[in-house]
Design a protein around this ligand. Structure first.
Ligand code: ZN
Length: 61
């Protein structure tokens, strides 16, 4: 009936991603480029993904 996974495409490396159902706002790492992706929503079984800028701490002067 319903699919157990959803799919999307990494906006960075364009790898096809198939992941278990995720919640909007959840983040996961692309297995290819290791970029952190955030789920903006799911549309017709396709993940809408955006890149998350991971800020490295830079407290130095
Ligand atoms: Zn990627």
């Amino acid at each position: 009936m319903s699919t157990a996974t959803v799919s999307g495409i990494c906006p960075e490396c364009e790898t096809d991603l198939t992941v278990p159902p995720v919640v909007t706002g959840e983040t996961f790492a692309c297995p290819e480029c290791m970029l952190t992706l955030r789920v903006e929503g799911v549309e017709a079984g396709q993940l809408q993904l955006s890149m998350v800028e991971v800020q490295l701490r830079d407290w130095g002067q």
